[in-house]
Design a protein around this ligand. Structure first.
Ligand code: PLP
Length: 352
């Protein structure tokens, strides 16, 4: 008896979600395919090209190059690798805001680049002045986050891109989680008008695809040349991905989810989850918690250790920010009913 793989009833911490039914079905159909060997597995390879084009549409990037990675971690590592491989300096550095995902630490470690972590503004977004101060002639990449992991904040991407270009560095946006909500969130800039070089945008998060389906896009296909290695034993002759054999299930499910949901389904989901996040923020504030105002569908609020552990003991799957706030990610499986029941438990544990 294997048991139920995952029950989402009380999951409030995950940046992944239940795959859409069409995505689940497509994943099953393509389990035995490997887009890492495109000349052999041609159908899934064609689907992957379409996924990249669709991700470009979601992100507002015309005709991007890219591939379906195992997740945001791989996509971020690859973006750093591209920047490092095309530079001439022997001491490359990458400048990231403090809110950047920990995958950049892994990237810096495996790629031997210096990671320069810059302080944030008071509103938890990247501080452009600080980023500029940390850049120098060895800076190969500037990173901005569009939907930060802890607070769902969106950095001033066009301004960061201007700094990158001043230093001759590439500009990477990590929209692993935010990529599928930003087209609808009314931010005054869009990915289309910021001059970005690369982007992480993961179908297996807000895109409702099955895991593993991350996305790496590059505006200029030549950037992938910096990653390509020869592949003597495959039918195709070179490979720019980090992993070799890859999941065709992820590719097919991303294709199915985006075909089904872009744009109206994603818009409706964004509106539903933003309303949930705004409702939850008010309800937690009414319960006496200090709440960080949500910008995207992610709510953080201060809570003491005992209350936090009691909520976990009650079965809520919750995580904490570096400042020990509880963090609720309003993913598509999260319902208002779930949040009402959660708030009732918060009221109970904070009253004692
Ligand atoms: N980037 C951001 C902004 C994230 O929030 C995450 C994960 O939550 C990642 C990258 C890493 O993605 P993955 O866990 O799919 O490797």
């Amino acid at each position: 008896m294997r048991g139920q793989p995952q029950d989402f009833d009380r999951v409030l911490s995950s940046m992944c979600t239940e795959p859409h039914p069409v995505a689940r079905e497509a994943a099953g159909e393509f389990l035995a395919t490997n887009p890492g060997d495109p000349a052999t597995y041609q159908t899934v390879s064609d689907l992957e090209d379409e996924v990249v084009a669709m991700l470009g549409e979601v992100a507002g990037v015309d005709d991007p190059a890219g591939y379906v990675a195992s997740g945001g971690t791989e996509a971020n590592i690859q973006a750093v690798r591209m920047a490092r491989n095309r530079c001439v300096t022997h001491t490359p550095n990458v400048v990231v805001p403090e809110s950047a995902h920990f995958s950049f630490k892994k990237a810096a470690d495996v790629l031997g680049v210096e990671l320069r972590v810059t302080p944030l503004r008071d509103d938890r977004r990247a501080n452009v002045g600080a980023v500029e101060r940390f850049c120098d002639e060895d800076t190969v990449l500037v990173v901005g986050v569009a939907g930060s992991t802890e607070y769902g904040r969106v950095d001033p991407i066009p301004e960061l891109a201007a700094v990158a270009s001043e230093y001759g560095a590439l500009m990477h946006v990590d929209a692993a989680w935010g990529g599928f909500v930003l087209p609808f969130s009314g931010h005054e800039w869009s990915f289309a008008d910021a001059s970005l070089d690369t982007m992480t945008i993961d179908p297996h998060k807000m895109g409702q695809a099955a895991i593993p389906a991350g996305g790496l896009l590059a505006r200029d296909p030549a950037l992938f040349d910096a990653l390509a290695v020869d592949t003597p034993y495959l039918e195709s002759t070179s490979q720019a991905t980090l992993t070799g054999t890859r999941s065709g299930a992820g590719v097919a499910s991303a294709h199915a989810a985006m075909t089904e949901l872009w744009p109206d389904g994603y818009r409706e989901e964004y509106e539903r989850q933003q309303a949930n996040a705004d409702w939850l923020a008010d309800a937690l504030a009414d319960a006496g918690l200090d709440v960080v105002e949500p910008e995207l569908p992610l709510v953080a609020a201060s809570i003491d250790d005992v209350a936090f552990e009691s909520l976990r003991d009650a079965g809520w799957r919750l995580s904490r920010t570096g400042n020990d706030e509880l963090r609720v990610v309003c993913m598509p499986h999260v319902t208002r009913e779930m949040l009402e029941s959660f708030v009732a438990d918060v009221e109970t544990v904070t009253a004692t």
